[in-house]
Design a protein around this ligand. Structure first.
Ligand code: XMP
Length: 338
């Protein structure tokens, strides 16, 4: 019978058999899937696994710490953190077009991850390449594995095949260069999302990660309408943290699919605060209900929750003087604004 304990044990056993004595790498995003996949593989092969977390500076408040501190403490994974915040900001400077921003973030992500992976491989295989050549034969390249958090619906969607061609999302590390070829370990490929969560809880992945709502790979970079700058990120991060805090306090986290907060950074409107006129930015609340993100409806949040979010954001985030609500379903709107 399906119990998260049985399933977790089976998956750990499988991963152990698959990986053997080899080295394995996993890119962590802070999301549920990569976290649970990494935790399973850690249970299977311990320190043969190295996780890489690229901090692109587009995460929400507390999310980097959740990976760097909470996740590491709870699971004991060996983690390499790459602080790429400056690099992403420079690459995004002056760019307002949504697709352009996405491309830049994706490109930089792959470059940074690649370099980190190369460093990890080097660190663990001193002179590996030369040794292989000396020995010759089929063992020239030590076998290396890359963990992917592929779920069952992804497998079905992509026609049941495996392999690099099916790697999805922003952690798309397909097309890695020759010297960085990996085989894939996909411990979640038989599971649905709710099963992944149960397995995650079973093996001690922190609740904050297990229950995290979907968050796009390009992060806050596509929730700032206009150019992404450090100041704007800071404004959005504060507004977003307030909205999340209030939704959590109201017990609504598991009722809504997600609630992006969007900063209209190039728009200003006149307001009044105390004795003075303000000329600040609006933010948009985008609460949605959905089964699979393909379609969505806007969530009818209680007015008092909306009121609290609005008054806290406008009081606590000086640069924001207006809070608006997106009441568009998908279609025709998408969930994200970019
Ligand atoms: P849209 O805006 O297309 O979003 O209605 C559907 C779902 O996908 C998430 N999303 C992304 N997730 N990388 C991701 O990993 C991305 O580039 C990306 N873009 C959108 C979005 O948050 C929503 O859950």
């Amino acid at each position: 019978s399906w119990t998260s304990e049985n399933v977790a044990e089976g998956l750990i056993e499988q991963a152990r058999a698959q990986i053997g004595q080899d080295r394995v790498i996993c890119g962590l995003s802070g999301g549920v899937d990569s976290s649970v996949a990494a935790a399973l593989v850690q249970r299977a092969v311990g320190d043969q696994l190295t996780c890489v977390f690229v901090d692109h500076g587009l995460l929400r408040e507390g999310e980097a710490e959740q990976v760097e501190t909470d996740f590491v403490e709870a699971t004991g994974v060996d983690l390499v953190v790459v602080d790429a915040r400056e690099r992403f900001l420079s690459a995004l400077a002056g760019v307002a077009d949504p697709e352009e921003k996405r491309k830049i973030i994706g490109r930089e992500f792959i470059r940074v991850f690649e370099q980190a992976a190369r460093d990890v491989v080097r660190a663990h295989e001193p002179g590996g390449q030369e040794q292989g050549e000396a020995q010759g034969g089929a063992d020239d390249h030590p076998v290396r594995w890359l963990v992917q958090g592929t779920l069952y619906p992804d497998v079905v969607e992509s026609g049941g095949g495996s392999g690099a061609a099916n790697i999805k999302s922003h952690h798309n590390v397909g097309g890695l260069p020759e010297d960085l070829q990996f085989q894939l370990v996909e411990p979640l490929r038989t599971l649905f999302k709710d099963e992944v969560r149960q397995v995650g809880l079973e093996i001690g992945v922190p609740e904050g990660i297990v229950w995290r709502q979907p968050f796009p790979g390009p992060g806050l970079g596509i929730r700032i309408i206009g150019e992404v700058t450090a100041d704007r990120l800071e404004i959005l991060r504060r507004a977003d943290a307030i909205a999340r805090e209030e939704l959590t306090a109201a017990g609504l986290d598991r009722e809504i699919w997600q609630c992006p907060v969007v900063l209209l950074a190039d728009v200003r409107s006149v307001g009044v605060q105390g004795d003075g006129r303000t000329y600040g930015h609006p933010v948009v609340l985008r609460p949605v209900s959905s089964e699979d993100a393909m379609t969505a409806d806007w969530t009818r949040l209680p007015y008092d929750v909306l009121a609290r979010i609005s008054s806290r954001i406008t009081n606590e985030v000086e640069e924001v003087n207006r809070v608006t609500l997106d009441v568009t379903s998908k279609p025709p709107g998408t969930i994200e604004w970019e």
